[in-house]
Design a protein around this ligand. Structure first.
Ligand code: AMX
Length: 436
């Protein structure tokens, strides 16, 4: 059975659960909202539903119930590889089932057929002014593909109905995930390698093909698989996933929705933090002027940053209350590869991991002084020659598409409503405050 047919069966089986909850238990109270939550970015208000992943403050992310390590363990891997293919992960995120080798082969074929990037996408990237941030290039490229959206065509066909909408969303979602690696590699080679574009090799899986198009030798293929999987999803309340879900809830198609999600990912408090981490590290190394980093001078640099009223990028999290398992997965990757383990930047990341949590805890403001996913990625990319840090969020964007696209496919399958939380005024909050 094809992935789409398996998904159709799963959706038919699942729908009654959501319908029953709405019909029989719609008025059951699950939480209360405080003034602090209202002003403080809706922190911890349970008002979104997703079955793709769940973020526990202490255990970290679980994809379809599996931790990162369990996911790596369970899914099929290409011969000789340490990490599963993105294709296997896509099947798993969409269906909740661990795919067989045959299932993975089928997704590989499907992605090959979908990976053709329309010519106009490259025209649009080339038309952007010199100095345009790579995230603008990525977001514009994604938005431009709206022209060929199958969901939008279905909507305009006069036969649109909510029951079948997911199937067209699935089509666009799969097209988008399959095309993004080529678009991202194009942006990289166009912007930083004198337009020396490497054409795709359709024989390779998504991660290996991305490494090939970037022009970087193994183990960058395995790094890409691991990187895209760990960045895919972090339940649906984070800015990129939530924006994608919100925009799609208006029945905007996957291209409109993900372009918007990418614009949120480009914020320094969210996905741009990975570039900011490397910028911080480079500035620190420059300040050292060739001297070796020590715990003492790292501690001083951290305090200098905090005393200047700035944040330490890559540390803290809105939900997590311990070291991000995605940080640890990247650390594991480094420990498995001897030359990477000895890389000076990787060692500096390790020293920051030893030093920064205590400094941040003493500083006393942050709720979670531990590193997040962005604290590690730049040092690894830099080791493999991707030193242009303003490209790092593009990599995040390729990975994040996997979760966002799986989510909006299920959003349409379960008929989630257009999102519309209620606003209140400051005077109303003051009135509630006065009434205790
Ligand atoms: N360095 C210094 N101060 C920090 C800090 C950090 N890394 N993280 C939080 N703080 C400060 C906040 O600015 C806030 O100060 P304020 O009361 O003066 O405004 C205070 O600590 C409380 O913040 P919080 O409740 O702990 O965090 P939050 O939920 O509001 O925000 C996050 C979470 C991630 C935005 C924040 O920790 C941060 O800015 N971290 C650095 C940027 C970063 O790494 N972002 C990537 C997150 C992962 C991702 O989305 N990719």
């Amino acid at each position: 059975m094809s992935l789409k047919e398996t998904l159709r069966r799963k959706i038919e089986e699942f729908r009654p659960r959501t319908q029953r909850l709405l019909r029989e238990f719609g008025k059951v109270k699950i939480d209360e909202v405080t003034i602090e939550q209202c002003i403080g970015g809706g922190r911890d208000i349970p008002s979104l539903v997703t079955d793709i992943s769940y973020l526990d403050p202490y255990d970290g992310i679980r994809f379809r119930g599996k931790s990162i390590n369990e996911t790596f363990e369970a899914l099929p891997k290409p011969p000789g590889a340490l990490y599963p293919t993105v294709e296997a992960f896509w099947y798993f995120l969409l269906t909740g089932d661990v795919p067989s080798d045959d299932h993975v082969e089928e997704v590989l074929h499907e992605f090959r057929a979908r990976a053709n990037v329309p010519y106009y996408v490259y025209d649009i990237i080339r038309a952007l002014p010199v100095g345009t941030h790579p995230m603008v290039m990525l977001s514009s490229a994604v938005l431009s593909m709206q022209r060929d959206s199958k969901f939008a065509r279905f909507y305009n066909s006069g036969t649109f109905n909510k029951r079948d909408a997911w199937a067209y969303m699935y089509e666009d979602a799969s097209d988008l995930v399959a095309r993004l690696p080529e678009i991202a590699a194009f942006i990289y080679r166009y912007r930083y390698r004198n337009c020396d574009i490497i054409t795709s090799n359709p024989e390779l899986d998504l991660g290996a093909n991305f490494a090939h198009m970037m022009g970087i030798a193994p183990p960058y293929d395995d790094l890409s698989r691991m990187y895209f999987i760990i960045h895919s999803d972090h339940e649906s309340g984070n800015v990129s996933a939530h924006t994608t879900h919100l925009v799609a809830s208006a029945l905007s198609d996957a291209f409109y929705a993900y372009s918007a999600g990418l614009n949120g990912l480009a914020g320094p408090l969210h996905g741009l933090a990975n570039q900011e981490v490397l910028r911080w590290i480079m500035a620190f190394e420059k300040k050292l002027g060739g001297a070796a980093p020590t715990k003492e001078n790292v501690t001083r640099a951290l305090w200098d940053t905090l005393d200047a009223g700035q944040i330490i990028p890559g540390y803290g999290h809105a939900v997590l209350r311990k070291t991000d398992p995605r940080f640890l997965a990247q650390r594991d990757f480094c420990l498995r590869i001897p030359e990477l383990k000895e890389d000076p930047l990787v060692k500096l990341v390790a020293m920051l991991f030893e030093t920064a949590p205590a400094v941040l805890a003493e500083h006393g403001k942050i709720r979670n002084p531990w590193p997040n996913v962005d604290a590690h990625s730049g040092a690894i990319q830099s080791h493999y020659g991707v030193k242009e840090w303003d490209f790092y969020t593009v990599l995040f964007g390729v990975g994040r598409s996997i979760g966002c696209m799986a989510n909006i496919t299920w959003d349409r399958a379960l008929g989630y409503a257009i999102e519309r939380p209620k606003s209140v005024t400051t005077s109303m909050l003051e009135k509630w405050a006065a009434n205790g």
